[in-house]
Design a protein around this ligand. Structure first.
Ligand code: ZN
Ligand code: ZN
Length: 437
């Protein structure tokens, strides 16, 4: 039995949705150990390297040289191809869909459509271009250093970016595609051809939100316009009666019930496509099947906001979790007088004294300088310090950078993340407000 038009449409639209999802979201830390992550690595890492080896053996690498240059361009250079693909898809879908359903729609929808249609363009544009607060420059570097404290769990003071040649502010990360350090780095997003950071994360959230709403709305409009016509046809259509239970099969079994339901659903869908055509039904179906992409990503970012972390930090936490499970992680408690406000008071009360710390304690070490670890405007400060050991034994002979803030005998082994405070988590609502600041 060959495939019907309906089955071909479902297969093609379903495949596009699935592979887009795997290609663009399979690399997220959240999918690291799931089937999605495994398929992504198999198809986009292992398969290309296998084909490359095959090509080297057969043609001395002639095919993959041209291909890999293009692949490198796609994956490692800044280019607008995915933005063009995304906005092209939006434009094409709107141009096909809206004119054929327009005269079926009540007034409120005729008012709502012009409000929703521009949102993907506006928020893609803002996500792609609002960089002044995200990109760290020598000019704004001092201000960036005062945004977030070093928590000594995910971020330590005193690390320099080898490309930008300045101290890395807490929560920042260098992006090799944008070729700059990015403040409060979330991830480099090829959908907007930019890094998402301090300056544009809010626009990205709104892009996700409105894309999710617009796709659901488009699918709903298609359903609303076609349903009254389709149900009539559905009842009249003789395909309805064609389903026959084969002899010897239990008509009351779950299998029979499910296959009958599936058959009815497919019949309904095929009538739907016949009546709505490619322009109304096809686009509506595409909207329905691609809807889980922005919805899933939106849900993931709401989870990140709830947890008080960025995508970048979620993978750092995951690394700690794995190492903790192995029993090689120790948590130390910071000495009170090494913490921000107190530290300043301590310094000012000792004003005029050349080396207060060495006088009171001969083994004490210098604290990081104000330039390395400035006082921040962030309301919380880390009370912990987390270190990995190579052998799981209690840490000995720690470097002065660590001994200066936590006593060696304060370190204890921890087995899970529950033992550690997240300094960047202010609670859901404050985290949400912080994302939009
Ligand atoms: Zn950098
Ligand atoms: Zn980037």
């Amino acid at each position: 039995m060959g495939m019907t038009t309906l089955e071909i449409v479902i297969f093609v639209v379903g495949s596009i949705s699935f592979w887009t999802f795997v290609a663009f979201f399979g690399r997220l830390p959240a999918f690291k150990n799931t089937i999605i992550g495994r398929i992504q690595r198999l198809v986009f890492v292992h398969l290309p390297s296998f084909l490359h080896k095959l090509d080297v053996r057969l043609t001395n690498g002639r095919i993959s040289n041209g291909g890999s240059r293009f692949g490198h361009y796609l994956m490692h250079e800044k280019h607008p191809l995915v933005v063009i693909f995304f906005l092209g898809l939006v434009t094409g879908s709107v141009a096909l869909f809206v004119p054929v359903v327009w005269h079926h729609l009540p007034l409120k929808h005729k008012l709502l459509i012009p409000v929703l249609v521009p949102t993907p363009y506006i928020f893609t544009f803002l996500s792609a271009t609002r960089n002044s607060e995200s990109y760290i420059t020598p000019e704004n570097h001092a201000a960036q250093m005062r945004l977030y404290p070093y928590d000594r769990v995910l971020y330590y003071p005193g690390n320099t970016c080898s490309t930008c040649e300045f101290l890395k502010p807490a929560r920042s990360k260098h992006c090799s595609i944008c070729k700059t350090c990015v403040a409060r780095m979330d991830h480099h997003c090829i959908w907007v051809n930019n890094c998402l950071g301090k300056g544009n994360y809010r626009w990205f959230l709104l892009l996700l939100f409105f894309t999710t709403v617009a796709l659901a709305y488009g699918a709903y409009l298609a359903y609303m316009v076609i349903s009254p016509l389709a149900s009539l046809q559905y009842l009249r259509n003789e395909k309805w009666y064609r389903y026959r239970i084969k002899p010897g099969v239990d008509p009351n079994s779950w299998g029979t019930y499910l296959s009958m339901k599936l058959y009815y659903f497919m019949t309904f869908l095929s009538i739907y496509l016949e009546i709505g055509g490619l322009r109304a039904s096809g686009v509506g179906l595409l909207a329905l099947l691609t809807w889980p992409l922005p919805l899933g990503l939106l849900a993931y970012h709401i989870y990140l906001i709830w947890a008080g972390m960025t995508t970048n930090e979620s993978s750092k936490w995951a690394d700690w979790r794995d190492d903790m499970a192995e029993g090689v992680v120790y948590l130390g408690h910071r000495m009170e007088d090494t913490m921000g406000v107190n530290r300043q008071q301590a310094a000012s009360s000792h004003h005029g004294n050349s080396s207060p710390s060495s006088k009171s304690n001969p083994t004490a070490v210098e604290l990081p300088s104000e330039e390395e670890e400035p006082t921040t405007t962030w309301p919380l400060e880390s009370r912990h310090i987390l270190i990995r050991t190579t052998n799981g034994l209690p840490p000995r002979n720690l470097p002065s950078r660590i001994r200066s803030v936590a006593k060696e005998d304060s370190f204890e082994k921890v087995w899970n993340l529950g033992a550690v405070e997240n300094t960047f988590d202010l609670g859901f609502w404050d985290n949400l407000v912080e994302s939009f600041k």
